[in-house]
Design a protein around this ligand. Structure first.
Ligand SMILES: Nc1ncnc2c1ncn2[C@@H]1O[C@H](COP(=O)(O)OP(=O)(O)O)[C@@H](O)[C@H]1O
Ligand SMILES: [Mg+2]
Length: 258
């Protein structure tokens, strides 16, 4: 389970500070896929980086399976997987070498690593090119190696940053199936995306981020109820256009505490 507790991050950019993430709180249960949504620059990636321990929050903290990122960053890394389209693969290695390497980085026992590589290779249909240099693989094949890599240490939590960026329909379908698998396996998943149409199909619950602030949160049905809209895209545009009266706003976790 993931707990995001009042995370805030201010970047110093020249003589003007950027408030990238502004007191964001939410939680994600095992088996739940949470969509952290918002336009470019909303603060999605910055939030993920703080949860992962790659970036220090200005204030606030995050907790994964009972471990605080501020005090136990290594425990967090062991329990969290990351899928990001910007994550490159080592072109001169084979998928088998890449998977072994990451198993080692995560401290998976070599015997267990071989078992997992075999299982994930079957799952992602990469067995036939396991020993080919990654440079010679197609984009779709590389994508599947990347997904297998994210699960090599069998983390209970998965963070995904714009996972379908640059992918065609076939590639996107692979991601959709992968997310269904994560849900079935009871993992707590955060999907960051600006693609609201996709998020609507993929996620169980949503947090809408705008200029670093999470103003709205709920399931599609809950968000539909507090607007007169049907789709997430319509809902988002309406919420941005005309901030609702307090009575119509779904309280965020943070507001509920006050
Ligand atoms: N290292 C950085 N230094 C200064 N500003 C940054 C840095 N990283 C992100 N930002 C700013 O923080 C805001 C949020 O960025 P980001 O989290 O990448 O948004 P998103 O992932 O939602 O597109 C943006 O205004 C961005 O320009
Ligand atoms: Mg981003």
């Amino acid at each position: 389970m993931i707990l995001v507790k009042d995370l805030t991050r201010i970047f110093e950019a020249g003589n003007q500070d950027v408030l990238a993430v502004d007191h964001v709180s939410f939680e994600v249960q095992p088996g739940e896929v949470y969509g952290l949504l918002g336009p470019n620059g909303a603060g999605k990636t910055t939030t993920l980086r703080m949860i992962l321990g790659l970036l220090k929050p200005t204030s606030g903290d995050a907790e994964v399976e009972g471990f605080l990122v501020s005090s136990h960053p290594d425990e967090i890394k062991r329990r969290v997987g990351l899928v990001s389209t910007s994550a490159g693969l080592y072109q001169w290695l084979t998928p088998h070498e890449i998977l072994s390497f990451f198993a080692d980085v995560y401290g998976v026992h070599p015997l267990q690593a071989e078992e997992r590589i075999e299982k994930l290779s079957r799952l992602f249909d990469i067995t036939s090119f396991l020993d080919r240099r990654t440079a010679t693989l197609s984009t779709g094949q590389k994508q599947r190696v990347n997904l297998a890599r994210s699960l090599i240490h069998n983390p209970p939590v998965m963070l995904m940053d714009e996972p379908t960026r640059g992918l065609d329909v076939v590639g996107s379908k692979v991601i959709f199936d992968y997310i269904d698998l994560l849900r079935e396996e009871g993992k707590a998943v955060i999907v960051c995306t600006h693609r609201l149409d996709e998020a609507e199909q993929l996620c169980d619950r949503f947090g809408l981020l705008y200029y670093g602030k999470k103003n709205y949160e709920g399931t599609l049905a809950e968000l539909q109820q507090c607007t007169s809209c049907q789709t997430l895209t319509q809902i988002f545009l309406q919420l941005l256009d005309a901030p609702l009266e307090p009575a119509g706003i779904l309280p965020t976790a943070q507001e509920e505490l006050i």
